[in-house]
Design a protein around this ligand. Sequence first.
Ligand SMILES: Nc1nc2c(c(=O)[nH]1)N[C@H]1C(S)=C(S)[C@@H](COP(=O)(O)OP(=O)(O)OC[C@H]3O[C@@H](n4cnc5c(=O)[nH]c(N)nc54)[C@H](O)[C@@H]3O)O[C@H]1N2
Ligand SMILES: Nc1nc2c(c(=O)[nH]1)N[C@H]1C(S)=C(S)[C@@H](COP(=O)(O)OP(=O)(O)OC[C@H]3O[C@@H](n4cnc5c(=O)[nH]c(N)nc54)[C@H](O)[C@@H]3O)O[C@H]1N2
Ligand code: SF4
Ligand SMILES: [Mo]
Length: 687
Amino acid sequence: MQVDTVCRLCSSCCPITAHVEQGRIVAAKRKTSLPPDKAWLCPKLEASADIVYSPARLRHPLIRQADNSYLEASWDEALDLVASRLLQCRQQHGAETVAWLRGMAADWGAPWDYVNRLMNAFGSPNSIGNGSVCHVAREMAHNYTYGAMTIPQIQKSDCIVIWGKNDQHTNPPAYDAIMQARERGARLIVVDPVRTGLAAMADIWLQIKPAHDGPLAMAMIDQIIRCGWYDTEFVAQWTTGFEDLRQAAAFYRAEDIAEQLSLHPADIQAASQLYAQSETACIIDGNGLDMQFEVFDATRAVAMLRALSGNLDRAGGDLIPQPVKARNIQLKECLPKDRCPVTSDYPLFSTFHHNWGLHAQSCVVDAILEGKPYPINSLVVQSGNPAVTMTDSTRVNQALSQLDFLVVIDLFMTRTALHADVILPACSCFEKTQLNRAYLRHSLVVLQNQVVEPLHNSWPDWKIIFELGRRLGLKDEFPWKCVEEAIDYQLEPSGVTVAALREEPEGIRTAPLEHQKYREKGFATPSGKVEFASERLQKAGFSAVPFADGRFDNPISFAGQADDYPLIGISGARSSCFTHSQFHHVPMLRQQESCPTVDIHPNDAKNLDISNGDQVELTSPRGRITLTGRIDRDMKPGTVRIAWGWGENEPSANLNNLTDDYRRNPITGTPSNRSFMCRLRKLQRHP
Ligand SMILES: Nc1nc2c(c(=O)[nH]1)N[C@H]1C(S)=C(S)[C@@H](COP(=O)(O)OP(=O)(O)OC[C@H]3O[C@@H](n4cnc5c(=O)[nH]c(N)nc54)[C@H](O)[C@@H]3O)O[C@H]1N2
Ligand SMILES: Nc1nc2c(c(=O)[nH]1)N[C@H]1C(S)=C(S)[C@@H](COP(=O)(O)OP(=O)(O)OC[C@H]3O[C@@H](n4cnc5c(=O)[nH]c(N)nc54)[C@H](O)[C@@H]3O)O[C@H]1N2
Ligand code: SF4
Ligand SMILES: [Mo]
């Protein structure tokens, strides 16, 4: 039997066909417009059966005993215990001292709305995601500039800028589209400190110094304005603050600043010209820009390039999405107006969008450890592994161990779950039906369909939330008997139903693809125009224009300690075999990527007397880790790239033992855990 669904083993949400025999998944194939020999194979999907049927899967709810052992429990026992402890916490300390922390696998769509609904009805505003280190800080920058996060129209573009993104390993559908565009002659500009596969095939590769993307974007803006390569008509009619932007960008003349970015002025000029003078051009921005201290202004400046060049909401440019009309089911109105969340230091980030919710994730740790702005006593962690993936793991683990009560909802016994009082076994993405954010943010809806029955005694997340809600006295808020009913209720305004989606496995389009919608509706900003200068930011005490004062602070963590920590550590690479801390236990994937590595340029390796395969130690002011050294010409001299996500299975290689969570972006609370100063030394010669 074949089942059409959406894979959710990572956030790419690829449409796939799963092959099922006798109730078991035996294989799964990604749908692609490329011929099979040209499509990029996803190793995680190839290993999907090994992931689903892994012997390490949690089988039953577990409750911690007085001697710290875990006892198997029924769902009734476990959920009754969770509900009674959360109600007790609310009664003793207040509803807001209960928080819910969600990770990548929780998606940012309908499944999140269920949790927000539960927490709002319960009375706590503290339902918090990890968007401060993922794309949500960037999403806010797009939003503040032109009202929504754009979607690059790769297929029809003449020039594709790939800025801090590595789609070859992180987003196969986008990679397929880039390859197709290349075949019909599209030009490629890549901004990346590392010579990735995409950088190697680029027409122009800007090997930027890590974390210096903001000044580069400003230099490109300056070049484009000075040479008159911008879309004068669009700028005159549809933007505000052009003169302010022009003045700010003039501080960043390519000739003056290129050296500080370790680039050549001629390359910045050539990239600016190719981008601005191509008939159509789009920018794919990525996580290389996120997790940086300057994430907000840097991604705002990149967003402004789209408007300046006239590519905004144009075919082959960057599309303003048309979200699916869905009901807001979060019940925010249930919260008392004066109940402030623990993210109150970042009010603009907490409110920039009506259904994004809260994402300054570090605030949860502040609240637990420092009682700031007030203590959190009980926490539910769902679909995330903060003990490994959050910045400054030592601090996070200390926080997790100090809670009065911790619940973890996961498929596996993670390092986070080791701190838990109650562990609830969740289904994998193939065992449940779900509606993903990727398919709500733009008009084409594709359903994630259940492929096989839940394994062991695991439950889908929706069921866990609905059943917990009922035990918290919220029967009326969770009236749905199955997830299909809940999805139908949420999608009702769009006219789309689960039944119809199952009839149309390729998806249902809820609005025709349209460009230049602003001509009728304007942009969803306070002025209705693209805001090069933002009054909202100015009123809140921030600079209206990005990098307005010509500032050039070093945004890299521990920059002041460069004498002792002379190398720049880049957090990455993401391997196509793993999703963050996940799947390192799967033998088929470990055969492809056997151990955690650090990539070192040959010059640095020579200075440190390091050869391929040596055991090396990396140290930052926060801690130390050990890895296998790998000599790599694609690295930038003076930078080392550290394999991401190994801390779950190889705790001595946990990258976040090195990262800093004290210095954060003042708007989004983003720490600089993508780039930090560190020191490298050889431990043991490779035998
Ligand atoms: N230094 C550094 N820090 C980073 C990053 C980095 O590159 N460098 N990346 C950042 C980014 S972009 C992100 S998004 C975060 C990711 O941070 P996390 O979201 O914590 O990442 P994962 O390791 O993917 O954790 C997901 C967990 O959910 C479980 N899971 C999988 N599917 C399901 C499901 O359907 N239901 C439930 N209940 N659980 C499920 C998995 O077993 C796993 O334990 O990390 C961030 N932190
Ligand atoms: N296989 C796999 N796929 C995934 C994930 C995964 O863990 N594994 N995670 C998913 C998630 S949650 C996310 S957020 C996405 C992220 O996916 P991407 O946005 O592609 O993120 P990365 O691959 O971490 O980094 C992208 C590129 O940024 C570069 N980079 C590093 N520092 C800088 C810098 O300072 N400036 C610039 N310009 N570039 C820099 C890196 O060298 C890398 O090539 O991937 C998703 N897909
Ligand atoms: S990239 Fe691979 S793991 Fe991620 S959603 Fe697509 S098929 Fe699944
Ligand atoms: Mo992410």
